[in-house]
Design a protein around this ligand. Sequence first.
Ligand code: FAD
Length: 367
Amino acid sequence: MSGFDYDVVIVGSGPAGVSTWLHLHKFAPALAARTLVLEKARHPRHKLCGGGVMRAADAVLGRLRIKIDVPSVPIHNLEFHYQGKRFYWRQKNFFRVVRRHEFDAALADAARRRGMTLHEEEAFRDFTQVDGGVEVETNRSTYRARALVGADGARSVVRPKMGIEERPRVSRLIEILTPADDHATPEFVNHTAAFDFNGLDMGLQGYIWDFPCWEDGVAAMNRGIYDSRVYPNRPRADLKSLFRAALQARGVFDPRQRWEGHPERWFHPQAIYARPRVLLAGDAAGVEPFAGEGISFALQYGEVAAAELVVAFRRNDFNFAGYRDRIMTHELGKSLILRYRLAKLIYRGWPPVVVNLFFRVMGRVWS
Ligand SMILES: Cc1cc2nc3c(=O)[nH]c(=O)nc-3n(C[C@H](O)[C@H](O)[C@H](O)COP(=O)(O)OP(=O)(O)OC[C@H]3O[C@@H](n4cnc5c(N)ncnc54)[C@H](O)[C@@H]3O)c2cc1C
């Protein structure tokens, strides 16, 4: 490794970055030992998120022999609202709802216990190609590494530095927490997550969610609005008005509430995922645009990115030309493509009768 400080630098210690390190540790422990993970914040760091952790996420962690035991609300019922009708999909432990600062801190701790070198409060700024590797500049230092992974989320800084110029493929989300009573709020009592698709008729390419959760031991409802924008040329729905009306309808609108927004990057089969010496993972690469679910996908990206890195080091070839194929042939790519097609189908602007039929059919499949 002469002339290089590390073999790999991973930017971001969310699910994608930590999973990349954990899989490197599983596949090639010596390589993981020569890997640095950079995190601009400090755990437990704030992350806007509904906190819905699907079983696929816990399955990835299970294969790594990691159990993230943080306060969670198990969800056994999904309730879909459209045009005054309710559709139910029932399945025990469909997913669980966590708070992301707790989940991500526990995941980072699990990796640290296995030896992950994590520099917190150190932000990636830029990189340049050098002979045999990359030079990575942060707010604190400069490192030479042979490969770089951008796992720095939807507002990735690595991505634009790779010179990727693509159509914007970004979803819009707003989220708040409202008070709840774990003995009386129906979503708590029935272990239900609600998805309200009434906004489809007002140009929303998404839904409003109501998830029960625990915030510092106190029952709360995580509520938000998701606009996938998989049809980016269509007029934008008025997100704030739709969300305000939904909160008013639920009797939980409070003008003093602080709303927070954050984008998500959605997966597209033709998107760019790598350049020589640099890979993208998680939100920086693109997650599924149907429900905006990204945690399980970020964890799966980690497995695929680590496999690509191991092969690159074995062959001493850092072109990463095979990364796309590796993504597409993995269960990650197969589910991303399926959800991408589902998003294109459901957000197409069908007449209400077709949307009703869709929920009815899906309800039968999932119940
Ligand atoms: C409002 C909202 C609700 C959501 N709800 C759900 C849900 O219920 N279920 C679900 O599965 N998904 C949900 N998602 C999506 C999910 O949050 C993301 O897909 C997931 O966090 C992606 O993980 P990641 O590791 O790629 O990125 P992130 O979790 O964003 O992690 C990126 C990390 O990189 C760090 N970083 C950023 N820039 C730098 C830099 N320059 N240098 C160093 N570090 C840097 C950040 O601090 C962060 O820790 C939601 C998203 C939003 C916005």
